[in-house]
Design a protein around this ligand. Structure first.
Ligand code: ADP
Ligand code: NI
Length: 218
């Protein structure tokens, strides 16, 4: 039986090797930040830290090849990996359930997390989508998809309504309105809510500055 510490170290190496250089926003550094966020949040919650850390480390392993694709790939990869390390089956079950719940991006917006450990990892992942880092990731993703950063010929109302635009052609700034500015109110834990406040405010200031510079005002 491997100790928890060894399992975490091996998992870290596995994920780092798998996701290094990944280009769609799920590179190793994203995982490392989510892992750190998750540990910070878990300090204030009654949660099983080992499960939180494993789920944080493994939460995006399926996305490197199948972004927007098959949602069963990630949980299966995590399960295979943890089985190989002979992790207790109950823990494997719990961790893969968290990853399944996280990767479910189907229709509606409300994905339910069935455990506190899952809530923590989802909050940690969402924190990395907002604030200064979130802004950087969003424009990186937009560039990856060949999108304009902004287009003033598209009216502001339309910027606020992603229904109005095919997601595939909308300028990157739309993503703030369709998702990033909504995340603050979707946090589960107190700690993440608090951390999200400052990151949210930073995005609002950023957008204000962005439009002012666009007009040559600042
Ligand atoms: P995760 O799986 O880590 O929760 P996503 O797969 O939803 O995140 O997105 C990865 C990164 O790409 C995030 O920073 C997100 O804001 C950005 N992103 C996703 N979709 C879009 C989009 N339509 N336009 C711009 N950025 C996007
Ligand atoms: Ni993620």
């Amino acid at each position: 039986m491997l100790t928890q510490q060894v399992i975490l170290a091996k998992t870290e190496a596995y994920v780092k090797n798998l996701l290094t250089g990944e280009g769609s926003g799920h590179d190793w550094w994203h995982i490392l930040r989510v892992w750190n966020n998750a540990r910070t949040i878990a300090l204030n919650e009654q949660a099983d830290l080992f499960k939180v850390e494993l789920a944080a480390l493994l939460h995006d392993v399926g996305d490197h090849k199948f972004h927007n694709g098959d949602e069963t790939v990630g949980p299966r990869m995590a399960e295979d990996w943890l089985t190989k390390l002979q992790v207790n089956p109950d823990i494997i079950e719990h961790v893969t359930t968290i990853i399944k719940e996280l990767s479910f991006k189907g229709a509606g917006t409300s994905s339910r997390m069935s455990s506190i450990e899952g809530c923590i990892v989802q909050d940690a992942d969402r924190l990395d989508a907002i604030g200064a880092i979130g802004i950087a990731r969003t424009f990186a993703y937009g560039g990856h998809k060949n999108r304009e950063i902004y287009n003033p010929e598209i009216s502001p109302e339309l910027h606020n309504s992603f229904e109005a635009y095919k997601k595939s052609t909308a300028p990157t700034i739309n993503h703030f309105y369709e998702k990033l500015l909504l995340l603050k109110d979707r946090m589960h834990t107190q700690t993440a809510k608090q951390l999200a406040e400052q990151r949210h405010r930073y995005m609002e200031l950023y957008l204000e500055q962005f439009y002012a510079e666009w007009q040559g005002e600042r």
